[in-house]
Design a protein around this ligand. Structure first.
Ligand code: PLP
Length: 369
């Protein structure tokens, strides 16, 4: 085993800033008391600034998938027709949840590694007027492809449909001005751009989404938006929240707002370029096209002659660097480098060096992309 400190380079959970780790050690408070009311209010205000929205942002105690499920449960009715745009594993998951709840799910699927084309979405909406809502993944973490959400939003809102966005691995690192682009529901998770542990989901809700949710009849209880909002207005949550994560969130939001949204976005864009450039120099074939490469995770092909597990096993054993493997059909064919949240070039340089060394010694030469 390497004696170096662990370098966690998965696309979530991400490493934690020291201020966040200290906040996590604080003692409990009563979540029905004034300290928690102050805490949830500061967290909500900070999230609204990051989401660039004047509307509601709810904080739910669940992972990102709970946030996705909340959108299905709160916005739809059984048998309602929706369009799910999928470019990978997480788009498929959104569809799976909606199907499980009894929605009539129409798919617009792209091959893994491809991005969604707004004109295809426009054509589907034009052809099928029964579709009420479009569900789309901004950045599919499984492929490292980032959709042009601004263009997609223009098409969806132009057609007068509700737009629901899985922004779990994008918002907070990547520009996504929720109100300016007209996104109705935007969902993310705490363990990605927000530099805190897993366990919270953040969901923004537009006035149109509130109207839709009041008429929607899917069953909902734990993740009911109306309940969450009613209690948030009183400075608490309907159910016992993950109090420690709220402490952590307050610290991380202070750090994020001090750095500034534009600076955060610029850093992630720079880290995307730095990682792609370094991997290319190491002779690795990148999976996502340059035009739609993710700012938060870079996916690359494992060279012939080895599996993702073998490659990552060596990188872990020799350098104490943790990379992510592929997902679904690409489990052994891809590896992924996370560069979101609390991360800088200095964290990525050792990763690129390690990969160049290990792949330089690989039995078969790496293919050059
Ligand atoms: C784009 C995207 N959607 C959904 C999820 C699921 O989130 P969670 O694992 O927090 O439930 C993830 C997690 O990696 C993700 O990256």
């Amino acid at each position: 085993m390497s004696s170096r400190p662990l370098n966690l380079r998965t696309p979530g959970p991400t490493p934690l800033p020291p201020q966040v780790r200290e906040a996590l050690a604080r003692d409990m408070i009563n979540h029905r008391g004034p300290e928690f009311a102050e805490l949830i209010r500061e967290c909500t205000a900070g999230l609204k600034a990051i989401f660039q929205t004047q509307h509601d942002v709810l904080i739910l105690t669940c992972s990102g998938t709970g946030g996705l499920e909340s959108a299905v449960a709160n916005l739809l009715s059984p048998g309602e027709r929706i369009l799910v745009v999928s470019i990978g594993y997480f788009g498929d998951r959104f569809a799976q949840i909606a199907r499980m709840y009894g929605a009539d799910v129409q798919m617009l699927s792209y091959e893994w590694g491809q991005f969604a084309r707004p004109e295809d979405i426009a054509a589907r909406l034009e052809r099928d007027s029964r579709i009420t809502s479009v569900f789309v993944t901004h950045n599919d973490t499984s492929t490292g492809v980032m959709n042009d959400l601004e263009a997609i939003a223009r098409v969806v809102k132009g057609a007068g449909k509700l737009l629901v966005v899985d922004a779990i691995s994008s918002i907070g690192s990547v520009p996504l001005p929720v109100d300016a682009w007209g996104c109705d529901v935007v969902i993310t998770g705490s363990q990605k751009s927000f530099m805190i542990p897993p366990g919270l989901a953040f969901v923004s809700i537009s006035p149109a989404a509130w109207d839709k949710s009041r008429a929607a009849t899917m069953p909902r209880f734990y993740l009911d938006y109306a309940q969450a909002k009613r209690w948030a207005d009183k400075g608490t949550t309907p159910w016992t929240p993950a109090v420690s994560l709220f402490y952590a969130l307050r610290e991380s939001l202070r750090l994020m707002l001090a750095e500034g949204l534009e600076q955060i976005h610029a850093r992630h864009r720079r880290l995307r370029d730095y990682t792609r450039e370094g991997l290319r120099r190491a002779g690795v074939e990148l999976f996502a096209p340059d035009s739609h490469a993710s700012w938060t995770v870079t996916s690359a092909r494992v060279p012939d002659g080895m599996t993702s597990k073998e490659l990552r096993g060596r990188i872990r054993a020799e350098y104490n660097i943790v990379l992510a493997g592929g997902q679904g059909p690409y489990e052994e064919r891809l590896f992924r480098v996370g560069h979101l949240g609390y991360v800088a070039e200095a964290d990525l340089a050792p990763v690129l060096e390690a990969l160049a060394t290990v792949l330089g010694e690989a039995p078969a030469p790496a293919r050059v992309g």
